[in-house]
Write a protein that binds this ligand. Structure first.
Ligand code: ADP
Ligand code: ZN
Length: 435
C-alpha cells in the first residue's frame, strides 16, 4: 500500500522540477530570515537567484552540528517564535543540545512522512499500534505517535521502560504493531521469555525499528522471537525526526521522502559530491521546513544512495543501511553519546588524568556503557587508601556522567598509567557490539 502515490511515485522529471522549485524557495526564505545563512551565502557571493534547478544545490554551503550548537538555542530558527508549536532537543557533543523548533506545517509534513512509512509497512486503521520509543525531547515517541494517529490505527503510547506491563498490554490488547529501537525489541523478547509469554500468545505482526544502527542478523532474531516482520525507519532530529526514510515491502534500502528532504552523498574529506552507488557521508537539505530549515546538513552517517526502480512502485531514491559514522558518535540505548562528553566531565574533575576509555557492550540485549578513568598520581594514594573514598569518587563521577550523557554508565577507577594510550579515531572507545 502507498499512502501518497502522487508524491511517492511521481516521475523523476516531475520530482526534479518540484525539488528545484522548493530549493529556490527555501534558499530565498533562509536568506531573508536567518542571518547565519545570509552571511554564509554573501561570503560565497551567492544569492537566491543563483538557484534555478536542484543541481544548483552544490553551490550552497554545508551546515554542521557545530553550526547548530554555536547558534544555540534559536539562532538558526527561521520562523518567528509565535509560529513554533513544538520544540525538540537532541544531544549535542558537549554542552549545548541541538534545539529544533517546528511550525504547525512542519508537524504536518512530519506526520505525513510517518504515515507514508507506516503504510509501507502495511499498517492500517485496523491495527493497534504501540509506540515504544521514548516520549519527550527525543523525536522518536511523539513523531511516531502522530503518524499512527494519522493512519487511523489505535495508538498505545507505551514509551520505554515498564517493559513487563508493556508485554502484558501487547498480549491482552492484541497489539499488532510496534515502533521501538531494535535493541529494545530484543529486550522485549527477553522480558517475554522471563514472563513465560511466547510469540504464540501475542499478535504482533509488524515492527518499525530505527534510531540506531542494526544488522540483518538482528532483524532475523527479532522477527523470529517476536513473530513479526521488521522494517527499517531512519531519521534525525536536525532534519525532522524518524521518517526521513523507510523500507518498503521489497526491503532493499529505505525510500527517502525526497520531496521534503533532498539527499546527497559526499566524500567526508574533500566534501565533493559523489555519484549514487558510492559510499560516503549522507547530507540533507530540507526543502519545505519552516521552523528550522537546514541547507546541506552533514549527518555524519555513512551510507550509499541506490538508484533504480523499485518493484513497490515508489520512484524515490533509496539509501542503504548506515555503515558507520564519519565522526565518533556512539548510539547507546538509542541515545547519542560522544566520547568528548565523557572527556569534558573527566577534565572538569581535578582527581582525574585526561585518560579515559568507553567500553560499550550488549548484555542480554541491553547496551551497557562502562567508563574507565585514570586517577591522577597525586590523588591516587589518598583515594585508594580508603574504600569509602573510592566509593565517593565513583559516585561523584557517575552522577556527573549521568547528567551530561542522559544515560547511566558504570564507572571503573584505574591506577595511574594503566589505560593504554593509542592513536586515532577510536582511541577512546571499545565497542564490542559488532554493529
Ligand atoms: P532521532 O531522534 O531520530 O534518533 P537523533 O538526532 O537523536 O534523531 O539521532 C539521529 C541519528 O540516529 C542518525 O544520524 C543516525 O546516526 C541514527 N539513526 C537513526 N535511525 C537509524 C537507522 N534506522 N539505522 C541506523 N542509524 C540510525
Ligand atoms: Zn520500494
Amino acid at each position: 500500500m502507498i499512502w501518497n502515490p502522487n508524491k511517492e511515485c511521481m516521475s523523476l522529471d516531475e520530482r526534479r522540477e518540484l525539488q528545484g522549485r522548493r530549493l529556490r524557495k527555501i534558499v530565498t526564505y533562509v536568506y531573508h530570515n536567518v542571518p547565519f545563512y545570509r552571511h554564509k551565502l554573501q561570503e560565497m557571493d551567492i544569492t537566491p537567484d543563483d538557484i534555478r534547478t536542484i543541481d544548483d544545490i552544490v553551490k550552497l554551503p554545508f551546515t554542521t552540528k557545530k553550526d547548530l550548537r554555536d547558534n544555540y538555542p534559536f539562532g538558526l530558527q527561521a520562523a518567528p517564535q509565535s509560529e513554533i508549536i513544538r520544540i525538540h532537543a537532541s544531544s549535542g557533543t558537549t554542552g549545548n543540545p541541538t534545539i529544533v523548533g517546528y511550525t504547525r506545517k512542519d508537524i504536518g509534513v512530519w506526520t505525513e512522512c510517518m504515515a507514508r512509512c507506516l503504510t509501507a509497512y502495511g499498517v492500517t486503521r485496523n491495527d493497534i499500534f504501540s509506540v515504544a520509543y521514548g516520549y519527550g525531547l527525543f523525536t522518536g515517541g511523539l513523531g511516531a505517535h502522530n503518524g499512527v494517529e494519522m493512519v487511523g490505527a489505535s495508538v498505545v503510547p507505551a514509551s520505554t521502560g515498564n517493559t513487563e506491563k508493556h508485554v502484558k498490554l501487547i498480549r491482552d490488547l492484541g497489539i499488532t504493531g510496534i515502533a521501538c529501537t531494535p535493541s529494545y525489541a530484543l529486550y522485549l523478547a527477553e522480558t517475554m521469555d522471563r514472563m513465560g509469554v511466547t510469540k504464540n500468545d501475542i499478535n504482533l505482526r509488524v515492527g518499525a525499528f530505527g534510531a540506531e544502527p542494526w544488522t540483518e542478523q538482528m532483524r532475523t532474531e527479532i522477527e523470529e522471537r517476536l513473530g513479526l516482520k521488521g522494517y527499517n525507519i531512519y531519521g534525525l532530529s536536525e532534519v525532522m525526526g524518524p521518517s526521513v526514510s523507510y523500507e518498503c515491502e521489497m526491503q532493499h534500502g529505505s525510500h527517502i521522502n525526497e520531496d521534503h528532504f533532498f539527499p546527497e552523498i559526499i566524500d567526508p574529506v574533500t566534501l565533493e559530491r559523489l555519484p549514487n552507488g558510492q559510499t560516503g557521508e549522507l547530507v540533507f537539505t530540507t526543502l519545505t521546513k519552516e521552523g528550522m530549515p537546514v541547507l546541506r546538513y552533514r549527518t555524519r552517517d555513512l551510507c550509499t544512495l541506490l538508484d533504480g526502480e523499485c518493484e513497490c512502485g515508489r520512484t524515490t531514491v533509496r539509501m542503504g543501511r548506515i555503515q558507520g559514522r564519519s565522526d565518533d558518535m556512539l548510539i547507546i540505548r538509542g541515545i547519542n553519546v560522544f566520547p568528548s562528553q565523557v572527556e569534558s566531565v573527566v577534565l572538569s574533575m581535578p582527581e582525574f588524568a585526561p585518560r579515559y576509555m568507553l567500553i560499550v557492550d550488549r548484555v542480554n540485549n541491553l547496551d551497557t556503557l562502562t567508563v574507565q578513568v585514570e586517577i591522577r598520581q597525586e590523588y591516587f594514594t589518598d583515594v585508594f587508601d580508603t574504600p569509602a573514598a573510592i566509593d565517593a569518587l565513583e559516585k561523584k563521577l557517575s552522577a556527573r556522567l549521568k547528567s551530561v550523557l542522559s544515560i547511566a554508565a558504570k564507572v571503573q577507577l584505574k591506577a595511574p598509567n594503566t589505560i593504554e594510550r593509542s592513536q586515532g579515531k577510536s582511541a577512546h572507545v571499545i565497542d564490542k557490539r559488532n554493529l
